[in-house]
Write a protein that binds this ligand. Structure first.
Ligand code: AMP
Ligand code: ZN
Ligand code: FE
Ligand code: FE
Length: 279
């Protein structure tokens, strides 16, 4: 089966609008999918029409406090839940402020970037570092997208500014309160393995973690094997996603091929949610 439960739209740092992405899913004959923008559900809310033959579940990818990268995916929540919307709005407000400060820092080193240009580049007012990187490239301040990050934008680089993140337990709680399930995204990005990774998973399980993204476009076969074992050991649902960003990450195509048994429990959850919705 073809699925994709990890995708980004113009509501965060993807290049497809939510509706374009939905249409692309149908074109690619993807049966089940979600939209999981960074710290926002604006893209999920923007979808007006799901074509026949495609099953959709609400999604979000929350950046959690952690020394390296820890992203918590939420699925199947009520997109109108007040507390979820308030918390995500707060993160976005902080981000806007941070972007304004980054523009000031850029002026100091002679990079002329305006908020209007960023918004045009992003296709919405949700601006992130990838949009800065694209403008650096377009304006000739850098020779490549990656150079923009390596020289200026990566954590610890001169133009980097931290963003507000939720504590992992808060992120899980927020998703649960909105009726959804919480899944650890791309475990390899934590830079932990073996017992250290198990320790983190155990901690998250004690906070109510429901699943782990075993199948991910950038995981090696060995990593998939490790994460399958972790899913089994801690009774976590396995999920699957590409982390599609359109032309912002051109090496990642949309869709993941899996056998029905790989993510059976999660598919049941998606179907159950769809049934609930249609009464
Ligand atoms: P932001 O949310 O504004 O901090 O931007 C985060 C996004 O920047 C991530 O989703 C990645 O797409 C991109 N990113 C972060 N670090 C790097 C890096 N070192 N190299 C390339 N892209 C990166
Ligand atoms: Zn992203
Ligand atoms: Fe992520
Ligand atoms: Fe992602």
């Amino acid at each position: 089966m073809l699925v994709d439960f990890h995708t980004h739209t113009t509501a965060s740092d993807g290049t497809f609008t939510p509706q374009q992405l939905v249409d692309e899913m149908q074109k690619k004959t993807i049966e089940y999918f979600s939209i999981t923008d960074h710290d926002t559900i604006d893209g999920v809310k923007a979808i007006k029409h799901i074509p026949h033959g495609v099953q959709f579940i609400t999604g979000v990818e929350i950046s959690a406090e952690f020394p390296k990268t820890l992203h918590i995916l939420g699925y199947g929540f009520d997109p109108d839940n007040q507390e979820l919307n308030d918390s995500l709005d707060e993160l976005q407000a902080f981000r806007k402020n941070r972007n304004a400060q980054m523009i000031e820092k850029m002026k100091e080193i002679g990079f002329e970037i305006t908020m209007d240009e960023l918004i045009r580049e992003a296709g919405s007012d949700l601006v992130g570092r990838p949009h800065f990187a694209n403008l650096f490239l377009n304006k000739g301040y850098c020779k490549s997208y990656q150079e923009a990050f390596d020289k200026y934008l990566k954590k610890g680089a001169p133009l980097y500014m931290n963003k507000k993140r939720l504590a992992p337990d808060k992120a899980i709680e927020l998703i649960h309160k909105a009726g959804g399930i919480a899944v650890m995204a791309h475990p390899y990005q934590t830079k932990l393995e073996g017992e250290a990774l198990k320790g983190l998973v155990e901690q998250l399980v004690s906070c109510g973690l429901d699943g782990i993204e075993v199948y991910y476009s950038q995981h090696t076969l060995e990593q998939v094997d490790d994460y399958q074992k972790i899913a089994l050991k801690y009774n976590l649902m396995a999920t699957a996603g590409s982390d599609f960003h359109g032309s912002n990450k051109p090496d990642i195509p949309l869709g993941m091929y899996l056998s029905d048994t790989d993510i059976a429990e999660f598919i049941s959850f998606v179907q159950e949610k769809a049934r609930d919705e249609h009464g």
